[in-house]
Design a protein around this ligand. Sequence first.
Ligand code: AMP
Length: 427
Amino acid sequence: MNLRGVKGMNDVLPGEIGRWQRLEAAFRSTVELHRYREVRTPLVEPTELFVRSIGEEADIVRKEMYSFDQHGDNLTLRPEGTAGAARAYVEHGVAAREPLTRWYYLGPMFRAERPQKGRYRQFWQAGCEVYGDPGPATDAEMIDMLVSFFRELGIASVTVHLNSLGGPDTRVRYGAALVAHLEPQKDALSDDSKRRLTTNPLRVLDSKDPRDVAACEGAPSILAVLDEADRAHFDALCRYLDRLGTPYLVDPRLVRGLDYYTRTLFEIRGSGGDLGAQNALGGGGRYDRMVRELGGPDVPSIGFALGLERLLLAMPPDAAPEPPCVAIAPMGDVATGEALLLARELRRLGVAADVDARGGSLKSMLRRANAIAARVAVVIGAGELTRGTVQIKDLAQHAQLDAPRAEAADTIARLLAAAEPTGSAPT
Ligand code: AMP
């Protein structure tokens, strides 16, 4: 039987991992400069957590969760990171210890969606959560942090779509206005949206079905029915973003797939790169009621999640050099022992070293040195052993020298420090 990985769940092989690691490091460094601290929660949570926080009507909960029964518990592979973080925040009584908390996470999420480019069943998200600040300045700072991060990654063409969903009262009022607009066209809606009309009409705005999109033409704007406090929050957020010079687009149709949002809602869309149709790079918003609904105190919160695979598709090809490495080619058993020792000395100096101990010909070892893009090859043969030297080949300069064995590691390290890094990555 030919075993293959699960459809929509990808391997990341070492040839691609450099880009991942650089993206992750850039994310950590940006958010840590904003004083976020990492939280790691389990990949598996009680199903009930996602049903309660994401909402029964959301597509994620209705059809995309990997859920299973184990020892009498109904469990789910996390489809997103916010619910687990909020659960941990409540469970560990964090609010009682610190009034303002900034957390970030990075890890795989699972949704049984139809796989396509930019949409997978296991995918990676990096996200942030702020607990304990109800004000719009935090919303603005978070959005500004994201825009700066995209710039740093070299993703130039992004648009921040911004909306406010108001509070529960606004949602009810707007829901009624939207139903009044859609009801006369009910027969033209998709089956899902016919159902949503009674369960959760706002979700019709989120539908990609052309029939629903057409029916939503001319629908009233939620921003027109915000109450005074919601409106003041939204206006202040826009003022802060203007002050920061952070560009955004007010988009009253923006709904997004998760039901827990209140007030601020945003999505970052990219264009160009290799993105194609899956152009939502990330999104988030306020969820002022979630912590309380999960049994915690009344703590307002805001967060976002970015899709790492999509960021990688949107990032420009990257020319980051591989760190220089040394290939050591020993001829025979005694030389191999010497090669292992020299490699250890090099690594202690922080130099990556690769010993080819397969016992092949010098030619095959030098071929391997080229294949792994080594900057330097070191040959240790019978002659070198007798003379107490090693032969150092500078593969970039096509030069070679003999160095006393005792000084070999220092000589090589100096040579690498003086050299320009090699450009091409090994495959
Ligand atoms: P969400 O958790 O649905 O708000 O999504 C946040 C971000 O995660 C999206 O903007 C995407 O970049 C990414 N994302 C969501 N679902 C997937 C998926 N199935 N495959 C790849 N990325 C995804």
